[in-house]
Write a protein that binds this ligand. Structure first.
Ligand SMILES: [Zn+2]
Length: 445
């Protein structure tokens, strides 16, 4: 998972980033009340106190988290589980008294449902391997078993070396590299200077040469899979980019007609390197792969869940709180980003339950397609706030490549109504009050 905060943050200027000891729900409520440049009234203070009391003493966050993460689990965008989670979240928001709950669809791609899988070494000894199918890769036909071949390829120029040598093989396509102990601290408190740096917005500049390189890199996995398929290979295996037996299952080939040509597996670094050592020192080890996965092209549109508590002043605009609801499939999507989603749902519950009457409308959003390139929040911007010019040569690569470099923005009528946006997406790792950073983003103009 490349940890990415919502595109909303890229769109807006980050103004304040600070650790908070209170719940984000309380922080949101305080923001909603305090953003107008005026002194807080006794009514504001009383409402804030009630919100904090409810949030601290009668929180539903852990109940909501368990239902989402333990009971529903991973939420790959457009998978059956993701749609199930969205329906559950909408029911919950309504049951919590949030008056308006809807979905806002946007173009996405194919649904992919992983039912079961197993990956094991079968010779020179039997050993289960820590692995995950690459998202949107095809299923195997039952269990496939074959010797591995170590054939690192990272550019199309590498294909020639392996032509005619891969038939009937399971191809390990990554360079094994060396193990690495991270010297980076797991968590780091930003200094004021670092925070100030984050507060600086640099206007994007479109560089066609750099964009072309990015497009080539993004297309490579699909071309590699097509080459292996044409060569008669059985499956491809790539190495996880982290050690510690962590796997991710990230895949980006989810457009109709562009899914990978053969089964693809991501293997834990430790298991991958063992296979490489064995292949170098003796007969190639054999592995067996079984993947039961289903494509679903019945609905190529994904959805953001949008909920609203109306403000008392229709001219005052709105503030937003959002978190991405989707995840990859290697875990329960708990830290990334069930935690942020639960915070948004809990904030909505607190304000709805207590009958707080904010001046501004508060809009809560659970984004989809974040892991594939911030697609849900980008769609929201295009539908509500602004458009950007995209170079025609980059059609289909807007999210990661073209759109970020596109300037200037063209505001829509709603642009001026959005007054502030909170995003929560801690990414992987520990999440909670002791480590959470409340991110307060306010539009820069
Ligand atoms: Zn995330």
């Amino acid at each position: 998972m490349p940890h990415l905060s919502s595109e909303m943050l890229k769109f807006m200027k980050i103004q304040v980033m600070r650790r908070v000891a209170m719940s984000s729900a309380a922080a949101l409520a305080i923001c909603a009340a305090a953003l107008p440049v005026r002194a807080a009234t006794d009514g504001d203070s009383a409402a804030i106190a009630r919100i904090i009391d409810e949030g601290m003493n009668r929180s539903q966050a852990m109940t909501t988290a368990s239902a989402l993460m333990d009971r529903i689990g991973p939420r790959l965008t457009n998978s059956e589980n993701h749609r199930k989670a969205e329906a559950w979240a909408m029911d919950l928001l309504r049951a919590q008294g949030v008056p308006t709950v809807r979905v806002e669809p946007f173009d996405f791609g194919v649904g992919w449902n992983l039912d079961s899988y197993s990956v094991a070494m079968v010779s020179p000894r039997r050993l289960p391997l820590t692995a995950i199918p690459v998202a949107w890769s095809p299923p195997t036909s039952g269990t496939v078993q074959a010797p591995v071949v170590i054939a690192p390829m990272s550019r199309e120029e590498h294909f020639a070396e392996w032509k005619g040598k891969l038939a009937g093989k399971i191809v390990l396509v990554s360079l094994p590299g060396q193990t690495s102990e991270s010297k980076e601290p797991v968590f780091e408190r930003y200094t004021d200077a670092q925070l100030s740096e984050l507060d600086t917005y640099t206007k994007p500049v479109f560089d066609p040469d750099a964009a072309a390189v990015q497009v080539r890199n993004r297309r490579f996995q699909g071309k590699l899979a097509a080459f292996l398929k044409a060569e008669g290979a059985v499956a491809m295996v790539k190495m996880s980019y982290r050690d510690g037996m962590l796997v991710h299952g990230e895949g980006y080939d989810f457009q109709p007609g562009q899914t990978l040509a053969l089964p693809a597996i991501e293997l834990a670094q430790e298991d991958y390197r063992r296979l490489v050592r064995l292949a170098k020192t003796g007969a190639a080890p054999e592995i067996a792969i079984s993947v039961a996965a289903r494509y679903d092209e019945s609905n190529l549109r994904a959805e953001n869940v949008v909920a609203e508590i109306p403000g008392s002043d229709p001219k005052a605009g709105y503030v937003m709180a959002g978190a991405h609801f989707d995840s990859w499939i290697a875990g329960d999507g708990a830290s990334d980003n069930g935690a942020g989603s639960v915070t948004v749902i809990e904030a909505a519950r607190l304000i709805a339950k207590l009958g707080v009457k904010p001046k501004r409308t508060i809009r809560f959003v659970l984004w989809s397609g974040e892991e594939q390139g911030l697609l849900g929040s980008r769609a929201y911007i295009e539908q509500h706030l602004a458009t950007r010019p995209v170079d025609p040569s980059l059609k289909g690569y807007e999210s990661y490549i073209a759109w970020r470099n596109a300037y200037p923005i063209k505001p829509k009528a709603e642009y001026g109504q959005l007054k502030a946006y909170f995003n929560m997406d801690n990414g992987s790792g520990r999440s909670g009050a002791s480590t959470a950073k409340a991110t307060w983003a306010r539009r820069s103009c």
